[in-house]
Write a protein of this length. Sequence first.
Length: 279
Amino acid sequence: MSDRSDPDEQEFSVSLSQLLTTQSFGKPLHFFPTIDSTNTYAVKLAHQGASEGTTIIADEQTGGKGRLGRTWVSPPGVNLYLSLILRPPVSTGIAPQINLLAAVAVAEAIVQVCGLTPAIKWPNDVLIDEKKVCGILAEMQTEAGALQSLVLGIGVNVNAPLAAFPPELRDKASSLFLIGGQMINRAAFTAALLTHLEKLYVLWIEKGFPALRPAWEHYASGLISKQITVAAPEGTIVGTVLGLDSDGALLLRDSSGTPRRILAGDVTVIGGYTRGEKP
Ligand code: BTN
């Protein structure tokens, strides 16, 4: 823990500790008024042997890291910037499934605390009304090819006003407050998120990805049969979404009719993306 002077920040970290009913997630909790990146700090702690469940939360990030080398806009006092240290007994090939797990946990927390209708855009963006409200960045620490730890970084735009977003992001990103019209208690949201994360993580370790798949598909149902472009490491692919493979890979039929398995990339939905209703 660090020194704090702002009562809002103090309220956030103190009520979070009081609200937490998890076994190990959020314990211990390191809270910072400001930090460069909670992920960078968590990676340092993981290398020093920090236990599974150790959580770093900051009120503000000055160098928030996004996927694909982007930055994550992290203004003070309004959002959630969280990194969780995990030590799953899985290989480096399986570990990226944590991204899909985390997206489901965020969606469940949004439904529970805000009553909104989130959608997941593969692999792990959480959108509401086609605007991104959450980003997830998982970083693996390995030794001789074996997974030592996994830092799961989650940024949720909770109460950010429109002015907190740079103009170029305002048609692509939003916050739970802007969409739902109500300020959300950050501590209550974070406690719900850590609870869902822990529950899904235990399920994943015990039963593997197939146990998470129905929930992921529920939140990502709007993507099925959509035309998308994927900026993948192997190049840009245009195709129609067929579904999710048993290991979490995205299945597509590309524009030449060939089935493709996509393991990583950035998806853009042609014609917009809204999740369908629960069947
Ligand atoms: C994305 O680009 O969609 C991923 C964004 C991940 C942001 C979170 S905020 C908490 C953690 N610390 C970071 O520096 N990044 C992640």
